[in-house]
Ligand binder design. Structure first.
Ligand SMILES: Nc1ncnc2c1ncn2[C@@H]1O[C@H](COP(=O)(O)OP(=O)(O)OP(=O)(O)O)[C@@H](O)[C@H]1O
Length: 300
């Protein structure tokens, strides 16, 4: 268990994060969601012992991070924002450097090279790797000492969709193994990929946690969303859908319809429109559910 008790920390000009408290447990993902500059990286630096606390405590499986830093840090793996690897060292040497620090056997390096499909690039300088592969290397490095707790700062940023999905699957796998996983994001729609797993989301604003909620509750808070259909016969489309009980508005670009079950209702609406000879050129939600909540909270 990772217990964060009332921590404050900053960079010399006062605290950037203030009185944060939360608990991250096994088999559950803990997400820090916040706009740029909200304090996510600072929080992760503080809980991994990189940045000193000005007050509060971080306790890792019963070990106080500032009382027994080495023992507590051994239990944590940290993926910093961006792909922070040594660009002039090969993939292998990047891992070996940290393996020595953590006193990890050579065998573990080979295991990780295989697991992250980096064998082929073993002797390639990290600076020449694509972003996705640099991220894999950085993640492999974070896992070298087989930590129980993984702290991933914006792990999905700058990844293409297949790489992001394979990283998500890797996170699921590690979760099943019993690891505690924390990650941060400012991209709200990323969380929709985590529906169905145990996931708690803390929304950060200006260095404070303003809301903590289970992902499914966060999503269910928005019972309906507005979807815009770009169509050619707007009035006809409105009249038609209203007969089916939909709440429809005519807009400049088309019609907007309130839907509560996006995945079922949008195809049904499309079918109604198309079978009645109304062309649909584009379908777009006005806001994604999480964005709606996020915007609502941050505007308060
Ligand atoms: N090394 C530093 N020295 C001084 N101030 C810093 C430093 N790093 C971050 N800050 C400030 O701390 C605040 C929080 O930044 P932080 O990087 O923790 O936010 P974030 O939520 O991770 O943002 P982003 O998504 O942009 O990475 C910002 O106002 C930032 O300018």
């Amino acid at each position: 268990m990772l217990e964060v008790e009332n921590i404050s920390a900053g960079y010399g000009n006062g605290d950037v994060i203030e009185n944060l408290s939360f608990i991250a447990i096994k088999k559950e993902i803990y997400v820090l969601l916040g706009a740029n500059g909200a304090g996510k990286t600072t929080t992760f630096r503080a809980i991994t012992g990189i940045l000193p606390l000005s007050s509060g405590r971080v306790v890792v499986d019963g070990i106080d991070l500032w009382v027994e830093p080495e023992n507590a840090k051994r239990k944590m793996g940290y993926l910093p924002e961006g792909e922070r690897v040594y660009p002039d060292l090969t993939v292998y040497k990047n891992l070996r450097f940290f393996a020595k620090i953590y006193d990890v056997e050579e065998e573990r390096i080979n295991e990780l090279l295989k697991e992250f499909r980096l064998e082929k690039y073993k002797n390639t300088k990290a600076g020449y790797l694509s972003r996705g592969f640099r991220k894999r290397l950085a993640l492999a490095r974070a896992l070298l000492h087989n930590p129980d707790i993984l702290v991933l700062d914006e792990p999905f940023s700058n990844l293409d969709i297949p790489t992001a999905l394979s990283l998500r699957d890797k996170i699921f796998e590690m979760l099943k193994e019993g690891k505690i996983i924390l990650f941060s994001t400012h991209i709200l729609s990323e969380l929709q990929n985590f529906e169905g797993v145990k996931c708690r989301v803390a929304i950060m604003k200006e260095g404070k946690l303003v809301l903590e909620e289970r992902l499914e509750n966060l999503l269910s808070k928005v019972s309906s969303i507005e979807v815009v259909f770009k169509v050619d016969k707007k009035i006809r489309a409105k009249e038609l859908l209203e007969k089916f009980g939909y709440n429809v508005n005519v807009e400049n670009t088309g019609i907007s319809v309130m839907v509560s079950r996006y995945n079922d209702e949008v195809p049904a609406i499309m079918k109604i429109l198309l079978t009645q000879g109304i062309n649909v050129y584009e379908v777009k939600p006005k806001e994604t559910p999480i964005e709606k909540i996020f915007t609502g909270i941050l505007e308060k």
